[in-house]
Design a protein around this ligand. Structure first.
Ligand code: SF4
Length: 213
């Protein structure tokens, strides 16, 4: 009998909970796999868990997460139970350092399973690491954001990491708000199946660790 996708996502999360594929397993408190609606139209992909996320086992629960929740509610009218959130690495890098290329590559199969099972209409990447991982580019977020990209039968919209908004100024905040409005419109258009030219299939590219060198 076929396992329903939400149940299969939970099975994958249970499997990931004991993952030791990279060195981040040595210092984490727990694997932070993802949270939210397993059938969501919208998937946010961030960088990796911070201290609060590592402690509580849920992505984006610190200051960045609160800002993300606020902006998504204000610009998209969605609450956390109506979308899904994951990260490119599921374990906290020590001292909140950047995830290393080999760690991102080791963790990528978990993100791939999330994408396969959730099948979001729209993926919004938060910051450089998620954007580079999924778009397979070396370009930075400032250059790439502002556009919508075909992504595996759906769409991908890159925006800033909310931590950058907390550090940055009003211009970045306004741009992130605009990106979220674009995501809302993309979901509505994809749901209505009008005026969005989406390739029949965009083959997933293997993660290239050299993108982060
Ligand atoms: S970061 Fe990913 S690959 Fe590394 S131990 Fe955690 S779950 Fe496994």
């Amino acid at each position: 009998m076929e396992v329903p996708r939400p149940a299969e996502l939970q099975l994958v999360a249970d499997e990931a909970a004991t993952c030791v594929r990279c060195r981040l397993a040595e210092t984490r408190t727990q694997v932070v796999f993802g949270v939210g609606d397993p059938d969501a139209d919208l998937l946010f992909v961030g960088e990796g868990p911070g201290a609060e996320e590592d402690r509580l086992g849920e992505p984006f629960v610190g200051r960045s997460g609160k800002l993300l929740d606020q902006l998504v509610l204000e610009e998209m009218g969605l609450t956390r139970d109506q979308f899904h959130i994951a990260n490119v690495v599921k374990c906290r890098p020590p001292d909140n350092r950047d995830p290393q290329p080999d760690e991102i590559a080791a963790c990528n199969p978990w993100l791939e399973r999330q994408l396969e099972l959730i099948q979001p209409k729209v993926v919004v990447t938060l910051g450089n690491f998620a954007m580079r991982t999924l778009l397979q580019t070396r370009d930075g977020i400032t250059k790439v954001r502002g556009s919508t990209y075909p992504f595996r039968g759906g769409l991908l919209i890159p925006t800033f990491h909310p931590a950058a908004i907390l550090r940055g100024g009003a211009q970045q905040l306004a741009q992130m708000r605009a990106d979220l409005v674009r995501a809302k419109q993309a979901i509505a258009a994809a749901t209505a199946a009008v005026d969005v030219e989406v390739p029949a299939e965009v083959a997933p590219a293997p993660t290239d660790a050299t993108l982060f060198d």
